[in-house]
Design a protein around this ligand. Sequence first.
Ligand code: ZN
Length: 88
Amino acid sequence: MKYAIIIGLICALLAMYLGSYVSWTFYFLAFGVFIVPAAVYGFTMFMRFMEDFRKIAESREKSRNCVKCGRSIPWDANLCPYCGHDFT
Ligand SMILES: [Zn+2]
């Protein structure tokens, strides 16, 4: 009778342990269902942001500001199209 209580207690603890393990696995899987698309979406947005940033950096490299009027002009322009400042 005494052993039956101990075995029952062990079984109960084992069931609790296994139950929590199963539920944690379930939570992990359920969380993974959301975290994987979120990670993919985040990565895609990051790549788009980097692409935009690269394009902006590239366009900035190809232009400069006029020393006289301060407007953005093509990098290889010898004459400012806005104020006519001569760079040669
Ligand atoms: Zn100018």
